[in-house]
Design a protein around this ligand. Structure first.
Ligand code: GAL
Length: 413
């Protein structure tokens, strides 16, 4: 009996500390840029520095973007005699630290990529068996963010599909621990293919992964087309109870403005998204409190793309400190209504038009769970639309477009 009390006592001492640890970083969804969507493995020091410069000069840093993350392809497939991973010297001739220093010098943060198996998805060196060594190297280089992917675990992609959940869990817990051992604040972003199926079909894996990761991929790789974006949104839509400060569901990186050579729509002949679709993509990632990790070439953005990615009113709802993932409250097939509760008594509603034609979408206060007359603001036109009682109708919402409106909740004007 006494032992029982002692264990419960220790547990209650440990739990708040553990919970606190994972909430120290990523208290709101991480915002940044990652090299994969646009460049695949075609990255190098000067390109990444220029992207970091563009994050500052375009106004993205001011809008809240912080992390510059290099994805797969920065390493070779070897280790030196002391077991340290060998950086690809043709791409990063000065190693990784000077790049991290440069990025920090701009007031930004730096992220890197690895995998728990022998090899990354590009069959380059993974962290298996060298987890602490890699974590220590990351910390010494000044890494602030680790994307930990899951291909070729333990050593082949076939094995990766057969690995039991427990073994995946151990691999991710191990790296989490190694990162913690470095005492550096590092966002841990995981793409755990063991649990993707579980995420979609059964949410059993989420409670544990939430304690290990700061963000967790909930879908397969996004492509720059409407179908892929909506499908990734769908897999994340019912996971709202698992998101909150320190841990976020990740429907994958943004494709907004991704016209890079590696933009993958071409391979399946679907169209790249148009501006209305990009606005929907950005709106919905903000509503579901997804990490806002851009994947386009920041050096060559059109004014329209900058305007979407730096929409401060939408970013504010994504970054709201309450950290609630928005929920779909009505699904009429071609049209949907979503709501996200914010701190400061605010409520944001997305009217999503999945059809190809312009439509009107109405929402009434009863389905939102509010009463009274509310002042409504449009977060894309940045205009106050007036006072509305009992319901609101968004008019002429373009095909594949989304209207996002904001009001104070529980306030009668
Ligand atoms: C995939 C991952 C992509 C990218 C790629 C690198 O598994 O989903 O986002 O990281 O690996 O090889």
């Amino acid at each position: 009996m006494r032992i029982g009390f002692l264990i419960i006592g220790l547990y209650s001492l440990i739990t708040p500390l553990e919970a606190q640890k994972s909430a120290e970083v990523a208290k709101t969804p991480p915002m940044g840029w990652n090299s994969w969507n646009c460049f695949r493995a075609n990255i190098d020091e000067s390109k990444v520095k220029a992207i970091a410069d563009a994050m500052v000069s375009s106004g993205m840093k001011d809008a809240g973007y912080q992390y510059i993350v290099i994805d797969d392809g920065w390493m070779t497939n070897g280790r030196d005699i002391n077991g340290h991973i060998i950086v690809d010297a043709t791409k990063f001739p000065n190693g990784i630290k000077p790049l991290a220093d440069y990025i920090h010098g701009l007031g930004l943060k730096f992220g890197i990529y690895s995998a728990p198996g022998c090899f990354t998805c590009l069959k380059l060196m993974g962290s298996l068996g060298s987890e602490q060594k890699d974590a220590n190297d990351y910390a010494s280089w000044g890494v602030d963010f680790l994307k930990y992917d899951h291909c070729n675990y333990p050593s082949t992609s076939v094995e990766a599909k057969l690995v039991p959940l427990d073994s995946c869990r151990a691999a991710y817990e191990l790296m989490r621990k190694c990162l913690e051992n470095t005492r550096r604040q590092i966002v841990f972003s995981v793409h755990d293919k063991c649990t993707i199926g579980a995420v979609v079909n059964n949410e059993a894996s989420l409670p544990w992964i939430k304690t290990v990761a700061n963000m967790h991929r909930t879908s397969n790789d996004i492509r720059n087309n409407w179908e892929s974006m909506i499908s990734n949104l769908e897999t994340t839509s019912n996971l709202w109870e698992y998101a909150g400060p320190g841990y976020w569901n990740d429907p994958d990186m943004l494709e907004v403005g991704n016209t890079g050579n590696e933009s993958t729509s071409r391979s399946n002949s679907l169209q790249n998204m148009n501006l209305n679709e990009y606005r929907t993509h950005f709106s919905m990632w903000c509503i579901v409190a997804a990490p806002l990790i851009t994947g386009n070439d920041l050096r060559s953005m059109t004014p329209e793309i900058i305007e979407i990615l730096t929409n401060k009113e939408l970013i504010a709802i994504n970054q709201d400190p309450l950290g609630k993932q928005g929920k779909r409250i009505r699904d009429d097939g071609d049209t949907e209504v979503w709501k996200k509760e914010l701190s400061n008594d605010q409520l944001v509603v997305a009217l999503l038009n999945k059809s190809n034609e312009p439509v009107n979408i109405s929402v009434n206060w009863k389905e939102l769970g509010v009463k009274g007359t509310f002042k409504i603001r449009d977060l894309w036109t940045h205009k106050d639309l007036g006072k509305f009682r009992n319901s609101f109708t968004g008019k002429n919402i373009p095909g594949h477009g989304t209207m996002v409106i904001l009001s104070k909740k529980n306030r009668i004007y």
